[in-house]
Structures are given as structure tokens and as C-alpha cells.
Design a protein around this ligand. Structure first.
Ligand code: MOS
Length: 727
């Protein structure tokens, strides 16, 4: 099915099942320990051996020699995989061949070997005995230093590296009120609960990997290409995933090495990256340096806005697209953005929840707070005055929906924004109290997605798609969609996800998965409705599906009875025309935060958080709320705690465990509230939904930083906002 005109009224609009707060149907399996994760596939894989990955001990250089004798002689060892014996690995994706180092070492903790043994302990013990001699070279590990000669990033999925409208330089210099400030955001790790993990088994030349991935089809394609085997000989299975945040978008070392190890050992092999390996072996959100210039008239209208960002990555890498939102969020006739990319020898930089916008909003929304103060305007009012209903770089493109001003207004009222005092003026005993806010913005992406649906004689509809549920609630919204389309209660729908034998879906990433994957299920169900109507002998346009029955033209039958003599199956894929080019599809929100700062120790406590979101139809308000409060929590971590500390001499992230890479715990987050505006976006898909999970993090950290400023009068432009910076 092709979606190329705005959606009409359709069965989803009935909202009998879709749009209702619904418990996660996978929840019980997860909390009772019966959901099988990639490392625990005892149900399907007998007698696996264990792989233990050895990470490179240098940040840049090469391997001079590897001595495996002691490791190979160690108890229980079945095989040791290195670049010398792995066969030729081909480049797929962002160079998957580099998942195994040798002879070059591109970054610290890049895999240099994997030991396979009978038990985990034996593999770990033997891994200690792998002797690698390195020739270390000086690497480039310091973004601040590399920034000086960093070139423009080139174009990519983010569009052009630089944009320019009007005369930014001239108008900015002449503007009556000006801000020119530089902000920094640190490297951050995904730190998801479940590590990267894979169980691999070869049956002849066929490879099955049970793995933890957000993108089943990408993994299947990339592992086939990397190992030079046929795509049809690879099966990837990933039904349950303990968090991803973008760190599991791509094939990683666990999957590749499990496949190589299983081949070498002649046995199924399972591999989990240890927590200390994850931060340097896999990907991370790259640090940024961002310069923002805003020039405004005295009435608060922005005349010129410029945003430049510097980030670093491995050779052939990509920029952190931190200027994305500035291209679209506020009005102003004279504009410029630019992304510069330094080559660094740190681990690969790549997507982490709201890549680009999350760190971009961390900077832009402090800049807006600073500018409002210079103008003597309330920060909510300043944003309101600079709303735009069209793409400010291309005014011929309207936003499909844009309720930023509504989010700001509702949030201000619900949060008691009018109680905000001047900086440093609100005191409760020893606590300095502050309120802060920020806009939220994240683009909405939609990608093709397929599904298969099957009605059986029990009247149950089974949905099959390679879509993943990374803790987001995909199972539930997919079941809700099929139930709505087929006129069934939720418990008459079964959902099977995360298997490359199923139709290719959008996968989970970029907050595109919810809307895109359900739209694919919608398309398959349209076909199933047609097939069911045909079976009843009525025109499908007239058929009504309710409570397990279909009826039209005086005929009526249960779905079960129509499938009595054989399953009725349908498969389709939702594809998209250029609606997303004609209309700028984005999601909007507002974050409000109250903090208290200890006047003696400068300890910062968040007291209250509120998010107001406008993100199309909310398919399941319960799981959507969970996504947003999770994102707000992650934003609080970005504001106050998270920072991968770079050892600039040797080139690695020092704090590579969860003891020293701090993320918020329950005690850090006392009260959160989420409000969804009633919105449907007919240009996004027949679901009229958009993404929510990444919108929820965008702007949060700036709202916290702005609240800290309001409490203390100290402006911190360098994340995380830790107490030492306030002193
Ligand atoms: Mo998202 S960072 O694209 O999983």
C-alpha cells in the first residue's frame, strides 16, 4: 500500500482499542523472567560454548604479534578467534570489518580476539592469557584541540552540512540585542540494561543468530555481507531486547564474533559484551562544541540565528547533527547552520536517543533562556513570539502539525510558571529554588514497514513482522492496531516480532518505529479485511468488523467460522510518497523543571518535572507516558550526571562501568507528569501518529540547566551541570 495523500477517516479512528491506555502484553513475560533474551536461549540452543571478547589495550596503533599458545592450552578452550584466522571480513554498514581489529587498531577496546571455551569462567580465564604486543601510535583524542581545523561534515542522511538563508552575518552584527555563546556537551554512553549479546549456531552453511538488535533486517544483511555468505542463509531472531537507545541499531562485535566463534568451535556459541567493554567497544553519542548566535529586535523577534557544531568521529565517520532543530524551530529571516567534523581516534560515534536534537537542544534552549533574559522577556513568551508554522529555511513547506505554542501555554499554566522568581531570589531554608523550561523538538521520521497477518479457526489473528520491541511497547501497539482493524478484542490477537523470517519492518530507531510499524500492520490488515469480506461474499467497502464478526448487505459471520476450512492470510507493506517532503513533519513539546540547590554544598536536586507533548495520535497513552518519563529521566542524567571522561593521553573512556558512568536512579527523580495534546497528523500515515520516545528527551537537560540558573544565578554552559561548576 502506498501512502501519498493525507489519510481519510479509517478504521483506526474508531479508537475502540487504539488510543486507550493498555498494559504491555509482554510485561508479564518480562517481570516473570519468561521472556527469552539473546544470551538465554536454552529453549532453542543446546550445549552452547561461551565466548569472551578481548578488547584492544591501546587507543590507536597496530598489533605487532599475538601469542595464543597459553590461551589455547588453557582448560576448556575450544577456539580462539583473531583477525589472522577469521578469514576475510568485508565492509558493510559503517565498516563492520573493523569489529575485529588487526593488524590495525582503530580504537581502545576494539575486539582483538575472542576465546571460546566450555564455560564462561574458562573463556574468561583463557582470555587473560591471550598475549598481544601492540605498537601504539599517537592518536587524536581531544575534540577541543581537533576543532581548529575540522572541515565541514559533507552531506548525508542529515542533508547538507551547512545551510544559509539571507545575510546572517550582516543582520546579526547590526541586531539591537545579541547573544554569542558557546556550549559543550560530553560523550555519552547508551548504558542500556541488557548488554550486547548473541547466541550463534551454524546448521551446515546456514547461520542463525539470536541477538539483541533494534534492526533485524540491517543485522541480517550486514552479517551476511561481512561474512561473505548469502543473505538467505542468515536468520536473525530478536524477540526481546533489554534496551537499545540507538546502541543496538547496528551489527556489533558480539554478533559477528559469536558467528565466527561458532564456526571455529563447531558448536553454538554465546557471547555477551561485559559491561566494561561496552563503553569503548561499541558506539556512543559524540561530544559536541556548539556556538550559537542570536540577534533580535527589542520586541523579541529573532532577526538572525546561527548555530555551528563541532563533533568528532573515526575516519569516514559522521557528525553529531546538533544543528538539526535550529533549522526548523524558530523564525528569523537570516539564518545559518554548519556542522564540522573532526577526525578522532576515539570509539565510533553514532546514534543515541534523539541523535543530533538531544545535544542540539541542550545548547539551543539554554541560548534561548539567555536571550530572553537579555531582552527582559519571559522565556515562554520569547519562544511564543518566534513561533513559525512553516519551515523557516523554506517557507513554502508548512509543518503538518505544530502545536509548540499550545504546549508552552498548557505547561506554563499546569506547572505554576507564574510563581517563578528572578535568579537567586527563591529560598526555602538552605535550598535555593529555581524553575526552568525549554521547548522540545524532534523530527518525525517514517519508513516503509511490512507485516503478515493470519486469521485462524479460533478467530485469532496472528501478526508477524520483524519489528522489534526494545522496551518501548511495540507488541502492544501492534496488537491494538490489528484488533482495531479486525474488530477483535485485544486477547484475540497474537503478535510475533523480531525474526528475519517475517516481513521486513521499520525496526526500532529514530522514534520512527511506533507509527511506521503499526502502519505496516494497518496495510496488511486492509488486505485481510478484503480477503475476509470476499469469503463472506460481500464488498469489502461495506464490511463492518465488530466483536469478532463481519457483516454487510444483511450477511453476518464470525471471523472464526470464515477461517474454519483454512487460515486466511494477508501480507503487505506500507510505503510512502512525498508527503513528508511537502509537509515538514516534526514533534513538539515543552519541558518544565523545578530544582533545589543546596546553598552550602551546591548539591542539585530535581523536585518536579512536567512534559507537554504534541506528537500526533497517541496509540497507547500508557506506554507513551512510560517512554516520555524514561526520556525525561535520561534528560536529567544528561543535565546533571552523564559524561564519558576521555583520557586524552591514551584515548579511551575512563569511566567504563555503571559505578562511574552515572545515570539517574529513582531517588533522583521525585515527580514527573506528562500531558499529551489531542492531535492527529493525517500526513504521517493512516495511523495519524508520530514518534514520541525521542521527543521526550529533547530539551529536558536545558530545562534543568535553566532551572539551576534560576535558582542560583550561575549560568553553566558546559554539561553536565555538576556542583563543582557552581562554586
Ligand atoms: Mo535511535 S538513537 O535512532 O535508536
Amino acid at each position: 500500500m502506498k501512502f501519498d495523500t493525507p489519510a481519510d477517516i479509517n478504521p483506526i479512528d474508531q479508537l475502540r482499542v487504539v488510543g486507550r491506555a493498555t498494559d504491555r502484553i509482554d510485561g508479564r513475560f518480562k517481570v516473570t523472567g519468561t521472556a527469552p533474551y539473546a544470551y538465554e536461549r536454552h529453549d532453542v540452543v543446546q550445549n552452547p560454548a561461551y565466548g569472551f571478547v578481548v578488547g584492544a589495550a591501546i587507543g590507536k596503533g597496530r598489533i605487532a604479534s599475538v601469542d595464543l599458545r597459553a590461551a589455547e592450552a588453557s582448560a576448556g578452550v575450544l577456539a580462539v578467534v583473531t583477525a589472522d584466522n577469521a578469514g576475510k571480513l568485508a565492509k558493510a554498514g559503517r565498516n563492520t570489518a573493523k569489529l575485529l581489529a588487526g593488524p590495525d587498531v582503530d580504537h581502545y577496546h576494539q575486539a582483538v580476539a575472542m576465546v571460546v571455551a566450555e564455560t564462561f569462567e574458562q573463556a574468561r580465564d583463557a582470555a587473560e592469557k591471550v598475549k598481544v604486543d601492540y605498537v601504539a601510535q599517537g592518536g587524536r583524542f581531544d575534540l577541543a584541540e581537533a576543532r581548529a581545523d575540522a572541515p565541514l561534515a559533507g552531506s548525508g542522511y542529515w542533508g547538507e552540512a551547512a545551510t544559509s538563508v539571507g545575510d546572517f552575518q550582516g543582520v546579526f552584527s547590526a541586531a539591537p540585542v545579541q547573544l554569542d555563546a558557546t556550549y559543550t556537551t560530553p560523550d555519552q554512553g547508551h548504558a542500556m540494561m541488557e548488554p550486547h549479546a548473541t547466541t550463534a549456531r551454524w546448521d551446515g552453511d546456514k547461520l542463525t543468530i539470536w541477538t539483541s538488535t533494534q534492526m533485524v533486517a540491517w543485522d541480517a544483511g550486514d552479517i551476511a555481507k561481512t561474512l561473505n555468505i548469502k543473505r538467505e542463509n542468515v536468520r536473525v531472531v530478536s524477540p526481546y531486547i533489554g534496551g537499545g537507545f540507538g546502541g543496538k541499531l547496528f551489527l556489533r562485535a558480539d554478533a559477528l564474533l559469536a558467528a565466527l566463534g561458532a564456526k571455529a568451535a563447531g558448536r553454538p556459541v554465546k557471547v555477551a559484551l561485559t559491561r566494561p567493554l561496552m563503553f569503548n567497544n561499541t558506539t556512543h553519542r559524540p561530544a559536541t562544541i556548539q556556538r550559537i548566535r542570536i540577534g533580535a529586535a527589542r520586541d523579541g523577534r529573532i532577526e538572525a540565528i546561527g548555530h555551528e557544531s563541532w563533533s568528532g568521529d573515526q575516519p569516514d565517520g559522521q557528525p553529531e547533527t546538533a544543528v538539526n532543530q535550529t533549522r526548523l524551530l524558530y523564525s528569523g529571516s537570516h539564518r545559518m547552520t554548519a556542522m564540522r567534523l573532526a577526525t578522532l581516534d576515539l570509539p565510533e560515534g553514532n546514534s543515541m536517543r534523539a541523535p543530533g536534537e538531544a545535544p542540539g537542544m541542550m545548547a539551543l534552549e539554554i541560548a534561548m533562556d539567555e536571550m530572553a533574559e537579555k531582552l527582559g522577556l519571559d522565556p515562554v513568551e520569547f519562544r511564543r513570539r518566534n513561533d513559525t508554522q512553516v519551515d523557516p529555511e523554506d517557507p513554502s513547506r508548512p509543518f503538518s502539525q505544530r502545536q509548540l505554542v499550545q504546549c508552552l501555554g498548557i505547561g506554563a499554566e499546569r506547572f505554576g510558571w507564574n510563581k517563578r522568581k528572578r535568579p537567586g531570589q527563591a529560598r526555602e531554608g538552605r535550598w535555593l529554588v529555581g524553575l526552568g523550561m525549554a521547548a522540545a523538538f524532534r523530527n518525525n521520521l517514517v519508513t516503509p514497514s511490512g507485516a503478515r497477518v493470519r486469521l485462524d479457526a479460533r478467530g485469532i489473528v496472528t501478526v508477524e513482522t520483524d519489528m522489534t520491541d526494545i522496551g518501548t511497547g511495540s507488541y502492544t501497539i501492534i496488537a491494538q492496531t490489528a484488533a482495531e482493524m479486525m474488530g477483535l478484542p485485544l486477547d484475540q490477537v497474537a503478535v510475533s516480532l523480531g525474526d528475519s523470517d517475517f516481513p521486513v519492518s521499520s525496526g526500532s530507531g529514530g522514534q520512527w518505529g511506533g507509527n511506521s510499524s503499526t502502519a505496516g500492520v494497518y496495510a496488511a490488515c486492509v488486505k485481510l479485511r478484503e480477503a475476509v469480506a470476499r469469503k463472506l461474499g460481500v464488498p469489502h467497502e461495506a464490511a463492518r468488523f465488530t466483536e469478532g464478526f463481519v457483516e454487510a448487505d444483511g450477511k453476518r459471520a464470525s471471523l472464526a467460522s470464515l477461517a474454519a476450512d483454512g487460515d486466511i492470510e494477508a501480507e503487505d507493506k506500507m510505503e510512502y510518497g512525498d508527503l513528508a517532503k511537502k509537509y515538514q513533519q516534526s514533534t513538539f513539546g515543552a519541558h518544565f523543571v523545578e530544582v533545589a540547590v543546596d546553598s552550602a554544598t551546591y548539591e542539585i536536586r530535581i523536585r518536579r518535572m512536567l512534559a507537554v507533548c504534541a506528537a500526533g495520535r497517541i496509540l497507547n497513552p500508557k506506554s507513551a507516558r512510560s517512554q516520555v518519563i524514561g526520556a525525561m529521566t535520561m534528560g536529567a542524567g544528561a543535565a546533571l550526571m552523564e559524561e564519558l571522561v576521555v583520557d586524552k593521553r591514551f584515548g579511551f573512556f575512563v569511566n567504563h562501568d555503571l559505578a562511574s558512568y552515572e545515570v539517574p536512579v529513582h531517588a533522583d527523580i521525585p515527580h514527573q507528569e506528562v500531558i499529551f495534546l489531542d492531535e492527529t497528523d493525517p500526513t504521517s500515515s493512516p495511523m495519524k501518529a508520530k514518534g514520541i520516545a525521542e521527543l521526550g528527551i529533547c530539551g529536558v537537560a536545558a530545562a534543568v540547566a535553566n532551572a539551576v540558573y534560576n535558582a542560583t544565578g550561575v549560568r553553566i554552559r558546559d554539561y553536565p551541570v555538576t556542583l563543582d561548576k557552581l562554586m
